[in-house]
Design a protein around this ligand. Structure first.
Ligand code: NAI
Ligand code: MG
Length: 359
């Protein structure tokens, strides 16, 4: 198979974790005889520095001409004083919107050898395996107006708005995913307070008519936050709006032990996708070879599975990650686990590549 992949490392640890992920992609390609052409582009702070824009048109064009996109992370203290419309994070919001990536899949499953890394008890986190589906191109992060008002700008306004079609498409995606899994869908909202949530709930109930074999549960977001740490095993697929999904997925990452373990896929209807770790640019550890590359590496596996239909290749990467963890290797974020040595970003990535080459 021949595919073109747009690679946007971004800022902070983005470049560091991307290097390892590209080595992994190459190793898998070589093993199975696929040709993955990798073309790099700029996004975020680095793009502001080089092009004066967090999402230069060249980058967007590159993504549109590619078969999939890999993204590291954007942002950092260097750009904290630039105008809001030029923030690195704006590049991220725009690329999602421009490419129409409305469904963000964030799988959360615990690794046996990392169970003691979780701040929660072993019996709570073992066998946790769910996917959080976050709506990604609507809601509070995109609603207009979003501004300061008043003589002294003493009023701040953001707008939470959803169109029916935006909710329907992501809910369908979540039902389809649940059909291939354990056939349970939990929809998370705040229907006791928010009008958007009441419409969300109505639509979930309507759409559920097309998926009679899926069990549907509605949870208020506050209860969902509680159940994520109390009974995470009960979830199979969770679907929720943009901001609730953002918050709940960081919470859920701690079930696995570290934000550095969570990959994600942002998908369009036709299967085109952007793949990135859930974490950000981690300025506190950037440039120190300390970042955990596994979330980025697992994002490559998601790309192979969801955009290219390469299930066996994806599983090979996931297995290699599992084996490296079983062997006891840990990056600093997982320092309190296991007896193995603490290793850096490069070494951790290299161990995964070696596992792949050894197969
Ligand atoms: P963050 O996710 O970058 O870091 C939070 C904490 O987790 C930090 O202590 C960091 O060291 C640690 N961490 C994150 N990823 C790690 C990894 N792979 N290995 C080891 N430790 C890891 O979130 P934070 O600090 O709130 O944001 C930093 C910058 O990143 C901000 O500019 C923010 O806007 C941006 N950001 C970008 C995202 C993206 O590009 N998708 C997502 C979230 C934040
Ligand atoms: Mg977040």
């Amino acid at each position: 198979m021949k595919k073109k992949v747009a690679v946007l490392p971004g800022d902070g640890i983005g470049q560091e974790v991307m290097n390892g992920a590209l080595d992994v992609l190459k190793a898998v390609g070589d093993w199975f005889g696929h040709e993955f052409e990798v073309v790099q582009g700029d996004i975020g702070g680095v793009a502001i520095d080089l092009h004066g824009n967090p999402l230069p048109s060249e980058t967007l064009e590159l993504c549109k001409k590619s078969d999939a996109v890999l993204l590291g992370a954007v942002g950092g203290p260097k750009w904290k004083d630039v105008p809001v419309h030029l923030r690195p994070e704006k590049g991220l919001l725009e690329i999602r919107k421009e490419l129409g990536l409305f469904a963000n899949l964030r799988p959360v499953s615990t690794f046996e050898s990392l169970l003691s890394a979780s701040p929660l008890k072993r019996n709570v986190v073992e066998d946790v395996d769910f996917v959080l589906v976050r709506e990604l191109t609507g809601g509070l992060y995109f609603g207009k107006p979003s501004e300061r008002r008043g003589k002294n700008k003493e009023v701040a306004v953001d707008t939470l708005q959803y169109e029916r079609s935006e909710i329907e498409r992501v809910v369908h995606k979540a039902f389809q995913l649940a059909s291939k899994r354990r056939k349970k869908l939990t929809s998370v909202d705040k229907a006791n307070v928010l009008e958007t949530s009441r419409m969300w709930r109505e639509i979930v109930d309507e759409v559920s008519g097309s998926y009679p074999d899926i069990e549907v549960e509605h949870l208020l977001v506050d209860v969902a936050a509680m159940k994520l740490v109390y009974q995470p095993k009960q979830f199979d697929v969770i679907v929720t709006e943009n901001m609730f999904g953002d918050i709940l997925s960081d919470e859920a990452s701690m079930l696995t032990g570290s934000l550095g373990m969570l990959p994600s896929a942002s998908l369009r209807e036709d299967g085109f996708g952007l793949y990135e770790p859930v974490h950000g640019s981690a300025p506190d550890i950037a440039g120190q070879d300390k970042a955990n590359p596994l979330a980025m590496i697992l994002s490559v596996a998601m790309m192979l599975r969801h955009s290219f239909g390469l299930k066996e290749e994806a599983e090979m990467i996931e297995l290699a990650v599992q084996e490296v963890l079983n062997a006891g290797y840990r990056t600093g974020d997982l320092w309190n686990l296991g007896n193995g040595p603490v290793v850096g970003t490069k070494a951790m990535s290299q161990f995964v590549v070696e596992r792949l080459e050894a197969d």
